[in-house]
Write a protein that binds this ligand. Structure first.
Ligand code: AMP
Ligand code: MG
Length: 405
């Protein structure tokens, strides 16, 4: 966290965003060693294939009819009209156990196996039924309207590659070749702890000074949207002993714990007070919002400590944790784009700013002000605008880096 050659405005040593991001990456590196887990194909949408999946069978599984019609010997209908004796019917799911003899036809339905001896299907539209006979009105060549075994998939063919994010279309082929399960990348297990005596659940009656806990739900939503398995969303009061107890339960089932609140310079900085004696490091990062940051390792589990202001919490997640969580889940990082500013902006020298913006017609404009409590403005923004630390003003039209919020 610390970078001894830099000072923030308060004189406390402060790290650059890059240094703190590198520190977080090092802490979270073990989480990115991807392990496999077997899930049913029915539950596989939204998961990432861990290994290449090869087909155990040909598709189609067997030669079958593409149309409702008649299975014939093409040689019998080289000149039309041709009258053939209908010797039976074969439906999808059925089979015909005798070889089709010259001068005869079998009524056949779409998907039914083509009987031995037949080499063409005549669609019902090209025929006239006449008691035990059928008149073929259109000549068809060998192979017509027959789906060949293996014409779609050959046994052993790779159907999805390792790393593929599985969509319904992938599930379709996995199910068609008869696979019931698929190995996917295990989700990183993350626990969230919010802190603050003022916090209550949405839907509760508010006492004076209380507010709804939005960070728990918000962090869980961001985590799930980026491939994590949110194993717990817990809350602690501002009592360090209570926080330690909550954290002790969180680390038992998680690869990562994220906390919000209690890391800055007030009187009741529960996270800092609890974790500093346990070897946690706390300090300032030269950014806004999200300046106060902490990290710790508890029982071998990395703990990221974000500030409690709702915008600061989200910006901290996006800047320091999102790409690593995605990587652990087998997902690629969200791309950064360069977009021109619609209007000129001011920024604070010495702090990298992550402003909420909205991209429209190829330009980005800021949504409301820089306040870390402006949670509705964050809802209306679709990107974070990354303004470098050394910049104090940018003219309209200047290209800035943005990343999805
Ligand atoms: P802290 O970082 O604990 O000093 O909190 C900074 C501000 O964020 C205070 O106004 C808190 O009330 C608010 N805050 C902290 N945690 C949450 C939370 N989980 N949900 C909503 N607001 C919060
Ligand atoms: Mg607090």
């Amino acid at each position: 966290m610390c970078c001894s050659d830099c000072q923030d405005v308060s004189g406390v040593s402060a790290a650059s965003v890059e240094d703190h991001a590198a520190h977080v990456r090092e802490l979270l590196q073990p989480m990115t060693n991807r392990t496999a887990e077997s899930v049913t194909v029915a539950d596989a949408v939204g998961r990432v294939a861990h290994t290449d999946v090869a087909s155990p069978v040909d598709l189609p599984l067997f030669e079958n009819s593409q149309m409702d019609g008649y299975a014939v010997r093409a040689a019998d209908i080289a000149s039309v009209p041709a009258v053939l004796r209908v010797v039976g019917t074969v439906a999808a799911g059925g089979a015909h156990d005798r070889t089709l003899q010259p001068g005869t036809a079998l009524k056949i339905m779409t998907g039914a196996p083509v009987p031995d001896g037949a080499d063409a299907i005549v669609p019902v539209e090209n025929t006239t039924s006449d008691g035990d006979d059928v008149t073929i009105n259109v000549s068809r060549e060998a192979g017509e309207y027959i789906r060949q075994q293996g014409s779609d998939v050959r046994r052993g063919m790779v159907l999805v590659r390792a790393g593929q994010l599985l969509a319904p279309r992938h599930v379709a082929v996995l199910a068609a070749v008869g696979l019931s399960h698929v190995d996917v990348v295990s989700r990183p297990r993350v626990a969230v702890i919010t802190t603050g005596a003022e916090l209550v659940d949405a839907g509760s009656d508010l006492q004076p000074g209380q507010i709804y806990d939005s960070n728990g739900i918000t962090l869980a939503a961001h985590l799930r949207a980026n491939g994590a398995d949110v194993v717990a969303v817990l809350r602690s009061s501002d009592d360090p002993e209570v926080f330690r107890g909550v954290l002790a339960s969180a680390v038992t089932a998680a690869d990562l714990v994220i906390t919000s609140g209690g890391v800055s310079k007030g009187d009741f900085e529960v996270v800092k007070d609890a974790l500093e004696p346990m070897g946690g490091t706390f300090g300032s990062v030269r950014m806004q919002p999200g300046g106060p940051q902490g990290t710790a390792v508890v029982d071998g589990v990395p703990v990221l400590n974000f500030p409690g202001n709702p915008v600061s919490t989200v910006v901290s997640f996006v800047v320091f944790a999102r790409d690593i969580v995605r990587e652990a889940a087998g997902l690629s990082p969200l791309p950064k784009h360069t977009v021109p500013l619609k209007n000129s902006i001011d920024s604070i020298r010495g702090k990298r700013q992550f402003l909420r913006g909205s991209v429209q017609d190829g330009h980005v404009s800021l949504v409301a002000g820089p306040g870390s409590h402006l949670v509705a403005a964050m809802a209306w923004a679709d990107v974070l605008v990354d303004v470098p630390a050394d910049v104090t003003a940018l003219d309209a039209g200047t290209e800035v880096s943005v990343v999805a919020l």
